[in-house]
Design a protein around this ligand. Structure first.
Ligand SMILES: CC(=O)N[C@H]1[C@@H](OP(=O)(O)OP(=O)(O)OC[C@H]2O[C@@H](n3ccc(=O)[nH]c3=O)[C@H](O)[C@@H]2O)O[C@H](CO)[C@@H](O)[C@@H]1O[C@H](C)C(=O)N[C@@H](C)C(=O)N[C@H](CCC(=O)O)C(=O)O
Ligand SMILES: Nc1ncnc2c1ncn2[C@@H]1O[C@H](COP(=O)(O)OP(=O)(O)OP(=O)(O)O)[C@@H](O)[C@H]1O
Ligand SMILES: N[C@H](CCC[C@H](N)C(=O)O)C(=O)O
Ligand SMILES: [Mg+2]
Length: 485
């Protein structure tokens, strides 16, 4: 069968009386009766191997990269080229081009995507405007929320959430767009009303190989956006601005959206916002300079999408951002504990700057950190160096080792820490068991100290030797401090 005919058929049948083809997926494990299964050839495996499972689960159509023998009654066709792009086009049509029926706001950049998209959703909903979310922590439409598995899902899941948003009456949806997503066509064909570029620093070089290729991947988002808003304080942001067709936001220089009189306090942040739509006093419970950037980006994106800042500003005091980012854990202990998701050298440097700002005089800054397995190995010593440069006491442990040997990951990071510091038994501690390391760090904290637990943020699991174990930094802390109360 010709692919266009099948797509037309799928698009029509979805809303037709027989309801034969209900949805699409490229993951056999997701197939439900009446769904079409798209068998993609990947790096690790060939989706064609899972056709029997898809059929057993009730698939009524199979689209594959090469012809397959299928039972009678199963609609079939093959992709001629670019299967991931064709899959996205198909999903978009099946779900009724939902991107055209919502104000879609896409956020890319190395750090700040989850925070900025979450702020956009909270700001709009706080002003009584429905907004969906697709991102690292949550996928959401209307009041429906589901834990996410990856930052940007494959296109069938992405467009499904947008359709749910349309059905729930949302006016907008905020989408985190990872560089992997842009390379793998996960948001292909979507029309973003506004795109945001937050910053670019080292990450994911296992996949992109060079920082330049990583930048090129992020820059692809601009081609799908009506307006593209760029952080002018970021060197890569300035390169995008030189290319024209961009709007800017910044703290340190002139921009279309900028702030002055920034006050970073121990319980919140204040600034004066200069927007294209007017001037506003902003007061937020968010902590830290990097969150001032995220809030500025979120407000600018909403304004560029046509939402009235006069309606959004009153919601700012109730907007708290994403879970597991600079989040306090308070069990009544005489020292500070905060959970954060910093897992890049730049995020760690920025986190430690905020930690230092929040530290009471005379207190010590403890930082517990590790590096993720099956990810950019080159960032490991740089992460360790960022912690060594800013912490008084280092607790070097595991993050998600995934399929790698935990001790080898620690070995990779260690050269980033000066040898003299590594030999200092009071300032440097190494233990690959994260739960045990958290307990040791807590036991070492004195009144007035601050312990930052970096890297795992909201994550409810730790993946070791390929197995996800229930774990959260917050729970690990509460188990120790709760027990000692
Ligand atoms: C580099 C990358 O992103 N690879 C993704 C890509 O892999 P792939 O094309 O090689 O696929 P594969 O694993 O060989 O499988 C081939 C096909 O068989 C299918 N399959 C596989 C098993 C099965 O039981 N049934 C089944 O149907 C798969 O769904 C796939 O369609 O497509 C797969 C199917 O969707 C993804 O699981 C896989 O993500 C891997 C696991 C991954 O770890 N990705 C991370 C790095 C990622 O995407 N991260 C970004 C950025 C994070 C951030 O900075 O925020 C993200 O957006 O999350
Ligand atoms: N604008 C920013 N600039 C630099 N660092 C930031 C910024 N915003 C957040 N961070 C740091 O990065 C961490 C991750 O933030 P966030 O989850 O918002 O980023 P992300 O881009 O969604 O990350 P991921 O790539 O994992 O999806 C935070 O916990 C904080 O330490
Ligand atoms: N989206 C990021 C999350 C990293 C989270 C951190 N806890 C780790 O495991 O490295 C990634 O997939 O690289
Ligand atoms: Mg994220």
């Amino acid at each position: 069968m010709n692919l266009d005919t099948l797509i037309d058929g799928l698009a029509q049948r979805r809303s037709g009386p027989d309801g034969e083809v209900l949805d699409l997926t490229c993951d056999s494990r997701e197939v439900r009766p009446g769904w079409a299964f798209i068998a993609l050839k990947g790096e690790k495996t060939d989706g064609a191997a899972f056709v029997p499972q898809a059929l057993a689960q009730g698939a009524c159509a199979v689209i594959s990269e090469s012809p397959l023998e299928l039972p009678a009654g199963i609609a079939a066709c093959t992709f001629l080229a670019d299967p991931r792009l064709r899959m996205a086009e198909m999903a978009r049509r099946m779900h009724g081009t939902p991107d055209e029926r919502l104000a879609l706001l896409g956020v890319t950049g190395t750090n700040g995507k989850t925070t900025t998209t979450t702020l956009i959703r909270q700001l709009l909903r706080g002003a009584g405007i429905g907004c969906g979310l697709v991102g690292t922590v949550l996928n959401a439409a209307g009041d429906q929320e589901e834990e996410a598995i990856r930052t940007t899902p494959e296109s069938p899941t992405f467009y499904r959430w947008l359709r749910r948003s349309v059905e729930a009456g949302d006016a907008a949806s905020a989408v985190e767009v990872s560089s992997h997503a842009l390379c793998l066509g996960r948001v292909h064909a979507a029309l973003f009303k506004v795109g945001v570029f937050t910053n670019l620093t080292q990450d994911h070089l296992d996949y992109h190989i060079t920082l330049e290729a990583y930048f090129e991947a992020k820059a692809l988002l601009r081609n799908q956006c009506g307006r593209f808003l760029v952080n002018a304080d970021d060197p890569f942001g300035r390169r995008l601005l030189e290319g024209g067709r961009c709007w800017s936001y910044a703290i340190d220089r002139e921009a279309d959206y900028r702030m002055t009189d920034l006050v970073l306090g121990p319980t919140g942040t204040r600034f004066h916002l200069h927007a294209l739509q007017g001037e506003f006093e902003v007061e937020s419970p968010l902590l830290g300079r990097f969150n001032a950037y995220n809030l500025l980006a979120a407000l600018a994106a909403c304004a560029e999408a046509g939402f009235d800042l006069n309606r959004l500003i009153p919601a700012v005091p109730r907007v708290t951002g994403a879970p597991g980012r600079l989040e306090r854990v308070d069990c009544g202990q005489p020292f500070g504990v905060m959970v954060d998701y910093a897992h890049t050298p730049d995020a760690l440097e920025k986190l430690l700057t905020e930690g230092r700002r929040l530290l009471p005089p005379g207190g010590r800054l403890h930082v517990l950190f590790g590096c993720g397995g099956d990810r950019d190995r080159a960032k490991r010593p740089l992460m360790a160096a960022a912690v060594a440069a800013g912490a008084d006491v280092l607790w070097h442990t595991s993050d998600n080792p995934r399929t790698e040997d935990p001790e080898r990951i620690l070995d990779d990071a260690a050269p980033g820490i000066p040898e003299a510091l590594r030999a200092d038994g009071t300032r440097y501690h190494r233990n690959a068991d994260r739960r045990a390391a958290v307990a040791q760090a807590l036991a070492d904290c004195r009144p007035g100290d601050l312990l930052l637990l970096a890297g795992k943020g909201h994550e409810p699991y730790q993946e070791i030797h390929g197995v996800k174990h229930p774990y959260s930094d917050r729970n690990a802390v509460e188990a120790v401090l709760g027990a000692s109360r």
